[in-house]
Design a protein around this ligand. Structure first.
Ligand code: C2O
Ligand code: CU
Ligand code: CU
Length: 507
């Protein structure tokens, strides 16, 4: 358990945009180095050993313009040993302990730059994974303006590398969005939310492999979930932000390993959600509570104009059965104490964008994808997709440019945030079925009609909450690139153990 830490004593860090190392004829060139370093995460906590991009946790923000490609060389300068408990033998016994590969989550990226889990590399490229293709990644930025994020995606150690700090924001901007007069400049702030636990010396705490590991079995290291006992925003534990009495735009990302949040403000003021994973919604959605699962982004406007002089806490609803000692029911504090610099001329537009529905497209394939609880060859619990392991042959092969409906059939007892690389999709519906009956004889018996997605899920999404005992149907058009990608649960403990599958877009 973390030492007792006073809340709201550190200022929220603002994650400044990174300048390119140089401008080249075909786009800006960045070099971003992964290193081990120490950073102070709370006033009363000794500096914490972390892995960060450019010695920053979260990493520097990449702020780019639509249709202007950039290149990034992700340099691995990490030590050869992990400081978190690595289960060496679980998936692939011969993998080097420290391997990295960076994925741009939500990005429409050609395969050689997508950050395929087996395109990992070690320091100085001493060893590289079987899918490693290039040192310098290219991001085309030919997609809607939105906030994506980049994070480590190395085969089997994604949860540890992310927990150690390897994640950051990536914002694509366009002229249209600029014309909307949303809060901008210092009034537009990314909020990257994560949970972590600490030891007294400030070091990160992450559950070890159970000590019943036997000599003859690979270490049973299945950590099925991780819930930290502190909440960080932009790399500070329970920070505060002083704001002016006006509108702000917050670009929220849940970059936690497992934890989903149900956020609300103790002022009872509403959130105006203007965007989701893939950019602006058609119109703003007014919400008193927002649910954000791992890797989801929510573009939110908060209006503090009526709250001058007030303190407002962003709270996380833990439900009625929560342990009263659990302090993760608070996230951060807004202090409306800054004088208004100038009249707030920003707006919450009534109409934000147009989202052409994919429903009218001809459907080339319907895929039933079961989320199942299973066991590995040693009888240890494992969560799988369609009962297949990572290394099983590819089963999902959409044709380039065609539209498919994927049905995530969640037969487990909890929700999983399902993510598909390459595309932004649309949510069609969720339909409940009888979970008990399914678990007895594998029969799917619907217990209700399909329910439409929530109003704030009616835009473009790359990650969707697949609710327990429901089929969640999404429609997506596969392209514009062919090649190898992955789809997976974004609970990183699940993704690593073995809730991730390859897919391939074919000609
Ligand atoms: Cu956010 Cu496959 O990743
Ligand atoms: Cu992704
Ligand atoms: Cu999962």
């Amino acid at each position: 358990m973390s030492p007792k830490l006073e809340k709201f004593v550190d200022q929220l860090p603002i994650l400044a945009a990174l300048k390119p190392n140089r401008r080249e004829a075909d786009g800006d060139y960045y070099e971003i180095t992964m290193e081990e370093f120490f950073q102070k995460l709370h006033r009363d906590l000794p500096p914490t050993r972390l892995w960060g991009y450019n010695r920053q946790v979260p990493g520097p923000t990449l702020d780019v313009i639509q249709d202007e490609p950039i290149k990034v060389k992700w340099v691995n300068n990490l030590p050869s040993r992990h400081f978190l408990p690595v289960d060496k033998s679980f998936l692939m016994p011969d993998l080097p302990e420290v391997r990295t590969v960076t994925h741009l989550h939500g990005g429409e990226t050609p395969p050689p730059s997508d950050g395929y889990p087996e395109a990992w590399f070690t320091r100085n490229y001493a060893e590289v994974g079987p899918f490693f293709e290039r040192e310098v990644y290219e991001y085309l930025n030919q997609q809607r303006a939105t906030m994506l994020w980049y994070h480590d995606h190395a085969m089997g150690t994604t949860r540890l590398n992310n927990y150690a700090g390897l994640a950051g924001a990536y914002i694509i901007r366009d002229k249209y969005e600029k014309s909307l007069n949303l809060p901008s400049g210092e009034y537009e702030i990314p909020l990257i939310i994560q949970d972590k636990s600490f030891n007294r010396d400030g070091s990160l705490s992450y559950p070890k492999q159970p000590d019943n590991a036997s000599e003859d079995l690979p270490n049973p290291s299945v950590v099925p979930a991780f819930f930290g006992d502190t909440i960080l925003v932009n790399g500070k534990v329970w920070p505060f932000l002083k704001v002016e009495p006006r509108k702000y735009r917050f670009r929220m990302l849940n970059a936690s390993n497992t934890r989903g949040y149900q956020l609300h403000l103790d002022s009872e003021q509403p959130f105006y959600q203007i965007g989701s994973d893939g950019g602006l919604l058609e119109k703003p959605v007014k919400l008193n509570m927002i649910t954000i699962e791992p890797s989801e982004r929510m573009d939110i406007i908060l209006d503090f104009s009526k709250y001058e002089g007030k303190d407002i806490i962003l709270r996380n609803n833990l439900g009625p059965n929560a342990d009263p000692e659990n302090e993760t029911d608070e996230v951060m504090k807004f202090i409306v104490s800054k004088p208004l610099k100038e009249q707030d001329k920003s707006v919450i537009p009534k109409r934000l964008s147009t989202i052409p529905s994919l429903r009218a497209n001809q459907i080339s394939a319907y895929r039933n994808l079961k989320l199942v609880g299973s066991q590995d060859e040693y009888g240890r619990p494992l969560l799988l997709l369609n009962n297949k392991r990572w290394a099983d042959p590819i089963t999902e092969k959409p044709r380039l440019g065609t539209t498919e409906i994927w049905s995530f059939i969640n037969t487990t007892a909890f929700a999983h945030p399902m993510h598909i690389h390459l595309i932004q999709f649309q949510v069609l519906e969720r339909q409940p079925f009888d979970l008990d009956r399914y678990n007895e004889d594998g029969q799917i018996i619907f217990t209700g009609a399909p329910k439409p997605p929530e109003p704030n899920e009616r835009g473009w999404k790359d990650t969707i909450k697949a609710t327990s005992g429901h089929i969640t149907r999404v429609i997506g058009k596969y392209g514009p690139f062919t090649g190898n990608y992955v789809w997976h649960c974004h609970i990183l403990e699940h993704e690593d153990h073995d809730m991730m599958r390859p897919f391939k877009v074919i000609e």
